[in-house]
Design a protein around this ligand. Structure first.
Ligand SMILES: Nc1ncnc2c1ncn2[C@@H]1O[C@H](COP(=O)(O)OP(=O)(O)OP(=O)(O)O)[C@@H](O)[C@H]1O
Ligand SMILES: [Mg+2]
Length: 233
């Protein structure tokens, strides 16, 4: 039994088929990458798995129970958290206020551990809008990790980061998930970063799964090379 499993997930927006029969299984301590071109349905998938967007069909299981119709709030409490493609910090709060608010809501007892792991100590008293963008992305990741989630759904945590920051962020994601036994779904545009970081990868294209496998398998897959990677492979 997988920790978290989505089966035949479809989402339609009116006539548009944003996702068609997509499956995924997340396991403890495993980072599962989801890549694909713009509009492939990656954010829709994260929204569907987190409870933000209703499935047109399909189902989602967590710990062996059907959670398809559970709310975002219920899922967060049960241990399924997410981060957003766009930075979601409250600009007017200090980093410390922002993290403490989320920690209070989610009964986190070791906020210091998360702050240390993401090297946020030196900026805790700074206002979120005034810290560097890369640091705001780390605050976003910290918020997703608060409350000991068992599953994290990360929508492009490296969006807008420069190369070195991106390498650093992905390393943090991998180390924290492995140490804590968290099952991670990592949506990312930085394909090299995904190949380096993830244990398994699902490639989406036009709302369907093009390929699923280890980084080596995906890199060599003819359909993926043709539709997506091109000469980058
Ligand atoms: N709320 C919505 N209403 C209608 N169509 C939507 C909505 N959200 C997304 N779409 C459409 O669904 C498709 C998938 O979009 P989605 O944002 O999931 O792609 P993505 O893979 O995350 O893309 P990107 O790499 O640009 O972030 C696109 O065609 C998009 O225009
Ligand atoms: Mg997206």
């Amino acid at each position: 039994m997988s920790l978290f499993r989505a089966t035949s997930v479809s989402v339609r927006y009116g006539q548009l088929r944003a996702l068609e029969n997509v499956d995924i299984a997340l396991e403890p301590g495993v980072v599962h990458g989801v890549i694909g071109p713009n509009g492939a349905g990656k954010s829709t998938f994260v929204d569907a798995l987190s409870g933000r967007t209703r499935l047109t069909s399909g189902n989602v299981e967590f710990d062996g129970a059907d959670i398809t119709h559970r709310s975002v709030r219920w899922r967060r409490k049960a241990g399924i958290s997410r981060s957003f493609q766009k930075t979601s910090v409250f600009n007017s709060m200090t980093v410390s206020q922002q993290l403490e608010l989320v920690a209070h809501r989610n009964h986190e007892r070791d906020l210091d551990g998360i702050v240390d792991a993401l090297s946020l100590g030196p900026v805790m008293d700074r206002v979120c809008s005034e810290v560097a963008y890369g640091t705001q992305r780390s605050v976003d990741l910290a918020m997703a990790l608060i409350g000991n989630p068992r599953v994290v759904l990360l929508d492009e945590p490296c969006a807008g980061l420069v190369h070195d920051e991106s390498v650093n962020m992905l390393q943090h994601v991998r180390d924290l998930c492995r140490e804590r036994g968290v099952g991670a779904l990592l949506v990312e545009h930085d394909v090299d970063g995904v190949f380096r970081t993830c244990d398994v990868i699902t490639v989406l294209n036009l709302g369907t799964v093009l390929c699923h496998g280890t980084p080596d398998e995906v890199r060599k897959d003819d359909a993926v090379i043709k539709a997506y990677l091109g000469s980058a492979a």
